[in-house]
Design a protein around this ligand. Structure first.
Ligand SMILES: Nc1ncnc2c1ncn2[C@@H]1O[C@H](COP(=O)(O)OP(=O)(O)OP(=O)(O)O)[C@@H](O)[C@H]1O
Ligand SMILES: [Mg+2]
Length: 251
């Protein structure tokens, strides 16, 4: 069974259709990268899949449970209590880290767990475990501004992992980082892939997408223009895809 199933997702802003029917099925343990030109709808799609945006059309389910269904042409979301459970199954990592500046690193990782119902002691223990796993054990008492961008992004990954999600979404996790800090974050994601974490990653890092993904989705103008294994996509004859990849490779 798919862990994530999105069918025919549609979304408009101000009368303009941004997503024109996107379907994506992700199996447990699969790593899927989403690539495509700026403005093609990648972030909007990710936000719909993790319910930060409501869809105008389509269905969304996690591990066989409907989060949103389309009934008589209208999207109907599951009741709040069910959505709350479903939200526990996935975690999010964004471009800008979204850490609380006035919380220590430890508190940033522990707090969401406490909101999810863990005691302070449990949450802090789990937070330390996750921080140590990501090489940040010695930063627990620091504030985000005392960390490099790469370290801050690793904290935000630790925060997501501490909630033990089944699926992790990344939206350009390295695009706010200097090139030398990008590597340390990509390594963490590679390590998670090796542990068979299910991940959906919007990225402009083509070599990374090629290495880490089981499947790559190429989006353009609100549709999936092509998808396949990294090998299939990188050897594709599709002119648009070739142009896109060529440009990003600096050719
Ligand atoms: N909240 C919003 N209100 C109005 N328009 C929006 C909103 N969010 C996104 N859009 C529009 O939707 C289109 C797709 O945006 P989106 O951010 O999904 O693209 P993207 O593929 O993630 O691009 P990038 O690679 O630059 O991050 C853009 O034209 C954008 O201006
Ligand atoms: Mg985006």
């Amino acid at each position: 069974m798919e862990l994530l199933k999105v069918e025919n997702c549609r979304k408009s802003f101000d009368g303009e259709e941004i997503l024109k029917g996107i379907s994506l099925y992700v199996d447990e343990g699969e790593v899927v990268s989403v690539i495509g030109p700026s403005g093609s709808g990648k972030s909007t799609f990710l936000r719909c899949a993790c319910m930060l945006e409501t869809m105008d059309g389509g269905t969304l389910s996690y591990a066989g449970k409907y989060a949103a269904n389309e009934i008589d042409g209208k999207v109907v979301y599951a009741p709040a209590a069910e959505l709350k459970e479903i939200r526990k199954t996935f975690g999010l990592v964004f471009q800008n880290f979204n850490l609380f500046p006035h919380y220590t690193v430890l508190k940033n990782v522990a707090e969401p767990q406490m909101i999810a119902g863990r005691s302070k002691a449990e949450a802090e223990k789990k937070a330390m475990e996750c921080l140590e796993k990501l090489g940040l054990g010695d930063k627990a008492k620091n504030y985000p501004c005392q960390l490099s961008g790469g370290q801050q992004q690793r904290v935000s990954i630790a925060r997501a992992l501490a909630l033990e999600p089944k699926v992790l979404f990344f939206d350009e996790p390295t695009s706010a980082l200097d090139p030398e800090l990008t590597g340390e974050v990509l390594k963490v994601i590679r390590d998670l892939a090796a542990l068979h974490m299910t991940m959906i990653i919007v990225t402009h890092e083509m070599n990374f997408a090629k290495d880490v993904s089981d499947r790559i989705i190429f989006m353009e103008n609100g549709v999936i223009r092509a998808q396949g294994s990294p090998h299939e996509l990188f050897s594709s004859d599709d002119e648009r895809l070739k142009a896109f990849m060529g440009r990003l490779n600096g050719n």
